[in-house]
Structure formats: C-alpha cells, structure tokens
Design a protein around this ligand. Structure first.
Ligand SMILES: *[C@@H]1O[C@H](CO)[C@@H](O)[C@H](O)[C@H]1NC(C)=O
Ligand SMILES: *[C@@H]1O[C@H](CO)[C@@H](O)[C@H](O)[C@H]1NC(C)=O
Ligand SMILES: *[C@@H]1O[C@H](CO)[C@@H](O)[C@H](O)[C@H]1NC(C)=O
Ligand SMILES: *[C@@H]1O[C@H](CO)[C@@H](O)[C@H](O)[C@H]1NC(C)=O
Ligand SMILES: *[C@@H]1O[C@H](CO)[C@@H](O)[C@H](O)[C@H]1NC(C)=O
Ligand SMILES: *[C@@H]1O[C@H](CO)[C@@H](O)[C@H](O)[C@H]1NC(C)=O
Length: 697
C-alpha cells in the first residue's frame, strides 16, 4: 500500500515534469589536445536538457561504437581511450541528444604526440670558418615532431674520461634560428676547440624528452689580417602567416665583426621596441615578437643592421578562419512567435570570402523541402545567413540548430537551440474599469498561467509608479495572483491616491504581458450602488429593472391613493362646510345634505372635476419627470457610458497587447464571452422591456 502510494507520487512527479521541455545543449567539453602512447585518454562532456540528454562521441564525423580500446558512458558523457596509439588520433566531437533534438560540440583535434630520435649518421660533419667570419651550422636529419619542434644546441667535450654535455646559451655572437640552425656570427678560435663537438637537440611542448642529433665539428682558422667584416644577412623569416590572436615571431640574423646591432621597423617606418604590451625585441635584437597579432598588424616589417649596412624585409600575413559577425544564440520563444537565427562571418582583410552558410537541424543538413513536409515554416534569406522559423509550435519546432562557415584557413561552427514555451495566459482579471464603491472590497486578482518551466513574476504599478502590494489594506498572494483591496482599512484621506490606472506586469525572462485597468470614484453620473460588474451581470441588471418597476408601482399606488382621497374629500362636506361657513355669516344656515338646488349641485361637481383634473396632471408630472428621467438616467447615460467604457477600452487594450498569441487566446477565452453576452444580454432586455413598461400602460 505504502509502496503503491510512493509509486503513484513518483508517477505524478514524472508526469508533471514531463511538461517541462528543453532541447539539449552542450555546456562544457573537456578533451586533451595531445596524447602519448600508452597513457589513457579521458574526455568528458556536459549538457543541459529535459529530459536529461544522452551522450555519444564522434571521431572524424563517425559515431564511435564501444570497442576494445574505447569506452564511453552515454549517461555521464565521459569517454576513455585505453592504451591509445596513433590509430586514435582524429577530430573528436561530443553529441548530446534527447527527444527534442541533437546538440553538437565543436570538432576538436586530438593529436598524437610524436618525436622520433635522430637517425644515425655515419659521417660526423665538419664546418670550417675563418676567425671573425660567420658560419651557419644546420641541424641535420631533423625527425618529425608533433607538435612542432623546439631546438637547442649542446657542447660535448670528448676525448677525456668524463664526457660532459652542456647546453649552449645564445649570446651576441651566437644565434639559434627558428629552423634549428646554429649561427656563429663572429667566429672565435675558442669556438673550434678540438676536444669539443656540437650537438643539435630537439623536443616539443608536449614532451619532456630531448633527443640529440649527431656530432658536428667546427674548426676556426686563425685570421690575423682582418679586424672587421661588414654586416651580412645570414637568415631571416621571409614571410610569416599567422592566425589572429596568436603571437608571431620574426627573426633576422646578421653576421659581421663587430657583431651588428639590429633595429626593427614597421611598414610605416616606426621603430619597434619592447613596450611590455605588444612588441618585444629579444635575443640581442635578432627577434621581434608581436603578441596577440591582429588584422591591422598585417604588412611589411624590416630589420636593419648597423644603421643600414644590411637589411631584410619580412612580410606578415595575418589570416583567420571566418570571424563571426552574427552567430546563433539559443532562444526560448513563445508559441506563435517568429524566430530568427543569424549565422554570418567574414574573412580577414585581403582574404577570399567566406563560403555560404551551411545550416543543420539536429545534426542533419537543412532540407527545406523536408522541413516543409514536417509542417515547419522555415525561410532562408538570399545569402543564407538568416534562418527564420515562423509561428513556432511547442510540439513541432523545439530543436537544435547548427551552422558552419568556412574559408581557406579553416571553419567555424556554432550550435544552439530553439525552445518553445507555452505563453502567459490570463484566465481571469479585473474589468477594465472598476467604479469604486465605498466599503466594498475591490478585487484586483489576476489568474494567469504559463509554461511549466517558468514562474510568473508580477510587478504592480499605480499611475506608472511602482505599487507595493504588501500593505495592511491589501490581501496579496504573488503565487496565485489573488489581490484584494480593503478600502475600509485605509484612512479616508488616502483614498483618492488609490484611484487611477493600475498595471500588472506579468513576466518571466522570455515574455511580458501587461494587464491594465482603472479604479475610479462614482464622480460622474453613476448611481452609488451600481458597478460595472452589475451591468455585465444580467441577473443584477434584471433585478435593477425589477426594483424600478416596484418603485413605479408604489408611485402609481400613491397617486391612486391621492386620487381616492381627493374624490372622497369632494364628496365630503368640506366645500359645503366652507360654504356653510359663509352662509353662517348670512345667518341662513342649511346643512349640506339639504342643499338640493341645481346650482349648488353643478358648482360642487365643477369643483370636483377641477380637482380631479389637477390630480391627474400631477400624476402625469410625476411620471414624466420622475420616472422618465430616472429611467433615462439609469439607462441612457449610465449604462451606455459604462458599456462604452467596457467595450472601447477592452477592445483597445487588447489590440495594444504586444503578443499576438495572447490576443488570440484572450478573445477566445474568458473575454470573448464577456463581449458577446454584454450586448445581447442587459441591453436587449433593457431596451425592450423598459419603454414598454410604464408608458404603454
Ligand atoms: C565515467 O565517469 C565515472 C565517474 O567518474 C567512472 O566511474 C566511469 O568509469 C567513467 N566511464 C568512462 C567510460 O570513462
Ligand atoms: C626556416 O625555414 C623556412 C622554410 O624552409 C624558411 O622559409 C624560413 O625563412 C626559415 N626561417 C629562418 C629564420 O631561417
Ligand atoms: C595570406 O594567407 C592566406 C592563407 O594562406 C592566403 O589565402 C592569402 O592570399 C595570403 N595573403 C597575402 C597577402 O599573401
Ligand atoms: C507594462 O507596463 C509597465 C509599467 O507601466 C511599462 O513600463 C511597460 O513598458 C509596459 N510594457 C508593455 C509591453 O506594454
Ligand atoms: C486559474 O485558472 C485556471 C484555469 O481556469 C484554474 O485551473 C485555476 O484553478 C485558477 N487558479 C486560481 C488561483 O484561481
Ligand atoms: C458616490 O457614492 C457614495 C456612497 O453611495 C455617495 O455618498 C456619493 O454621494 C456618491 N457620489 C456621487 C458624486 O454620486
């Protein structure tokens, strides 16, 4: 039993959570750049998504299947390559997938680190140089190195018991260039000691081993005649191509005696010196480093030896894979929106333009025809840099979207997603105008719902000022939207400030909807006890008619009573009594009953008729002025005004609503029924029953 309840709760939980939808998106990939023989390679991938995405890996574009040397966890997203060899080198990419889409990471190369020892050379090479002159000693039989080689040179003393190897430091008269060649710029007898050989060493940044090449001898001939030699260019980097953002190294090596000094100049003739920011001149002036090379750095550089006795020009070509100008940004759209994704890039200055944008949906090349068959309305602009999905639907259009752009240097790739949310829907809200009625609680409640992955944040404004709903005279619940105003808890003098335009801004990060209405006093022609609600409520409206009818009845009754009294008074000897009083003066007293003369009879009848007539017209007055005016008031001005308010502002507000989807929902929802019932209901019955009632009678 307990288990069952638990299970049911779990089912309910899962059921509720299934409402939240989120396509996968890879947030983090960790992958080594290099790997060595025998050392396990470990990489992992992280992604968001609801339901939780599952992972795969691709190598050179092909999905990896579990095998003897590769293992991955589709839930955790990690991959282990045991005992890797050059066979596992390649371009790796993580794939995260759930029922809403497929997200891809950027392809990243995994490079197998290699550096073979130098091959054995049979004959050690010997270089001869005259004292004071220069010599360049090549590093022979350089083995392949990945990543690129780093060179160094060593002395080795031979012929003694203890053979010693020590690294050669560069100095003003000794240079090692980027290709590994050793240059003696101004040879000394010391450089060619018989018991000493030179060895070229090679390593790379992924290794901590140095391999040494074969032994090379240098012999220096004594030269007493020449004390100085002119500067002579030994080597220079002629053309350098580098990618934006990387450092670039330019080298010029001049021989001569004395050792020439070197100055560097930009193409505009400005001397470049170490500035701690962008440029640095090192290795006794022989090397210029530009940190963080930029497009503007492209151009010609020159190195000048000993004030112009020798020089070299170096061309720097700054290149780049496509540079993004606009890229895919993941979107949480609301149902019915049109969503646009951009994918645009340019090439570096002076390079061939970028290829046309390639679009992918869930890792599959975009096929507009196929998408149209699936009911998706996808449009591309003429240069294909903009993709628009029209009227997105939560059931059809949640997806991952990718694009790739290429040029002669490389390609760039971007992954993103389109998530579609249920819109903010207003189920109930206050009417557009609330007439304030003393002592009555005013209901500002707004019931709204939205996507299960979002919560609505409510902000209230009164006459465009922020309204804090946490007050003693308010009853507020920010979650359900219940909001009651108790005017009785407010000081009467503060009441006026509570009138005006109320706005509730319902929002979450991806949608905002405003609900606006007005609270005002019955300052115009409004009778105190009629509120907008009563006109929109047919039952109340009928009860009002009933009250008026009853009042009319009472009035008629009163008139009838007056008529009866007057009639009765006519019959009564009141008039005769007056007459009798006159006659008393004449001492000719006759009781009324006995006055039987024709003259008196007609007289009396005339009086009676006259009074009857006056009572009649009085009652007519009462009708005309009282009843008619009242009913005119109540219906013509009051109801009409109100209905005008209700309609006009309703319609206007709706058309002002920023979200088309919302407008649609609302006109279909609780408001449509309002609008429809209002003209048919209180009006029809009013106008029909009203004129027929007191007048026809
Ligand atoms: C993935 O990571 C977990 C925990 O870190 C580990 O136990 C598991 O062996 C890993 N699996 C793979 C294939 O790397
Ligand atoms: C290094 O070698 C390349 C190609 O062999 C050459 O273009 C470049 O100028 C050399 N650099 C130096 C500094 O000698
Ligand atoms: C620079 O290098 C790129 C890529 O190798 C090439 O396409 C371009 O033509 C070069 N530019 C110049 C000015 O040499
Ligand atoms: C919603 O109302 C607030 C406060 O009056 C206003 O600042 C905002 O611009 C309105 N937003 C829309 C979409 O009308
Ligand atoms: C809001 O409206 C919905 C839909 O009509 C209803 O299910 C829900 O109970 C209402 N919530 C409140 C707090 O009135
Ligand atoms: C508004 O209603 C109150 C209470 O019924 C009443 O006292 C007041 O006279 C009314 N004001 C106007 C202007 O009709």
């Amino acid at each position: 039993m307990y288990l069952c309840i638990n299970f049911c709760i779990l089912l309910y939980y899962v059921g509720t959570r299934a409402e939240v939808r989120l396509p996968p998106s890879i947030t983090h990939v960790e992958q080594p750049q290099y790997f060595h023989d025998g050392k396990d390679v470990y990489m992992f991938c992280e992604a968001h998504g609801v339901p939780k995405p599952r992972f795969m890996w691709k190598r050179n574009g092909i999905v990896i299947t579990k095998n003897d040397f590769m293992e991955f966890d589709p839930v955790l997203g990690n991959l282990t390559i045991s005992n890797p060899t050059s066979r596992e080198e390649g371009d790796y990419q993580c794939v995260a997938e759930n029922k809403w889409g497929t997200s891809l990471s950027t392809v990243t190369p995994l490079v197998y680190v290699r550096l073979d020892p130098f091959s054995e050379v049979t004959e050690p090479k010997t270089y001869s140089v005259k004292e004071g002159e220069s010599v360049s000693v090549r590093c022979e039989n350089i083995p392949e190195s990945r990543p690129g080689p780093i060179f160094s040179w060593y002395y080795k003393t031979i012929g003694t018991d203890k053979s010693e190897t020590s690294q050669i430091k560069e100095r003003d008269s000794l240079a090692i260039d980027v290709n590994g060649t050793l240059h003696l710029l101004n040879a000394k007898l010391d450089d060619g000691q018989p018991g000493q050989v030179y060895l070229c060493g090679i390593t790379n940044k992924a290794l901590d081993t140095i391999f040494l090449g074969s032994e090379t001898r240098i012999t220096v001939e004594e030269n007493t005649q020449v004390s100085s030699t002119k500067p002579k260019l030994l080597t220079a980097t002629h053309e350098v191509t580098e990618v934006i953002g990387k450092p670039v190294v330019l080298q010029c090596i001049f021989g001569g005696s004395p050792v020439p000094d070197i100055k560097w100049f930009s193409s505009s003739g400005v001397e470049l010196v170490t500035d701690g920011v962008k440029y640095s001149v090192d290795k006794f002036g022989r090397q210029l480093t530009i940190k963080n090379v930029m497009e503007a750095d492209e151009g010609s550089y020159s190195c000048v030896a000993s004030n112009g006795e020798a020089r070299a020009n170096i061309k720097l070509n700054v290149t780049s894979p496509p540079i993004w100008t606009k890229t895919i940004i993941s979107r949480h759209a609301v149902e019915g929106d049109d969503v646009t994704f951009n994918c645009k890039a340019r090439s570096a200055v002076g390079e061939r333009p970028v290829s046309i944008t390639e679009w992918y949906i869930n890792d599959e090349a975009l096929n507009l025809q196929k998408e149209a068959e699936n009911g998706r309305q996808i449009e591309l602009n003429p240069d294909q840099t903009t993709l628009t999905i029209k009227e997105v639907s939560r059931d059809r259009d949640i997806m991952c979207i990718q694009c790739r752009l290429s040029n002669s240097v490389g390609s760039v790739f971007k992954d993103g997603f389109l998530n579609v949310l249920k819109p903010i829907k207003i189920w109930s809200r206050p009417p557009n105008t609330i007439i304030y009625n003393q002592e009555e609680v005013v209901d500002f409640s707004i019931n709204a719902t939205t996507d299960p992955s979002r919560t609505i944040d409510r902000k209230w404004f009164l006459n465009n000022n922020v309204l804090v709903p946490y007050q003693p005279y308010f009853e507020y619940d920010s979650v359900t939207g219940t909001f009651l105003f108790h005017p009785t808890l407010l000081k009467p003098e503060n009441l006026e400030a509570m009138m005006g335009q109320y706005t509730c801004q319902l929002s979450h990060p991806d949608q905002t909807v405003n609900v606006t209405f007005t609270l005002k006093t019955n300052d115009t022609l409004a009778p105190p006890d009629v509120t907008t609600d009563s006109t929109s409520d047919p039952e109340k409206a009928t009860s009002n008619i009933y009250i008026i009818a009853v009042m009319c009845g009472v009035l008629i009754l009163a008139i009838a009573v007056v008529v009866i009294i007057v009639l009765w008074k006519q019959r009564n000897p009141k008039a005769v009594y007056n007459l009798g009083a006159e006659e008393k003066k004449n001492y000719n007293l006759t009781p009324i009953d006995e006055l039987e003369t024709e003259e008196l009879r007609i007289d009396t009848l005339n009086t009676l008729y006259g009074s009857k007539h006056s009572v009649y017209s009085a009652s007519h007055d009462a009708y005309a002025s009282n009843t008619l005016n009242r009913s005119y008031d109540a219906y013509a001005s009051n109801t009409l005004n109100r209905s005008y308010d209700a309609y006009a502002s309703n319609t206007l507000n709706r058309s002002q609503d920023p979200y088309a989807g919302n407008t649609l929902n609302r006109s279909q929802g609780p408001y449509a029924s309002n609008t429809l019932t209002k003209p048919q209901d209180p009006y029809a019955s009013n106008t029909l029953t009203r004129p027929q009632h007191p007048y026809v009678q």
